[in-house]
Design a protein around this ligand. Sequence first.
Ligand SMILES: [Zn+2]
Length: 146
Amino acid sequence: MIKKVPKIAGVSYDWMLKRAYSMVPDKMKTPTDRAILPELKILPERSRVIIMNWKEITERIPQIDEKLIARFIAKRLGTVATPTGGKLFIQGNFPRSRIRRVLELFMKTYVICDICGRPDCVIERQKGKWVKKCLACGAWKIVEKI
Ligand SMILES: [Zn+2]
């Protein structure tokens, strides 16, 4: 049996919920990694994959060293990845979707703040530990080393 939610001051709870949600900035509703990461331009070759717009990707997260992102990708894919001249050369054949997922994981783990959702985190090394720190709201947490 479905009970009707009582109205508060003539306004239904449902309506209030919808209204409250509509006031939340879009940025906070959905993960922002999709908005930050551009479409990957991939050039597959016989024994390697080249991310042609690597520069475009790294420029969107200027606070993070591109070598760190490359190392993360390499580690996750179990291969070697070298950033050179605005491109990333990945040894082996990997589909675009897989590379994309790895990049999204990087964003979620090291760039996007768990508290405010902004892509403004930096990685600091403190007493041998890696700390992800948000420049926007100050939140921080210990993250896995790459
Ligand atoms: Zn934050």
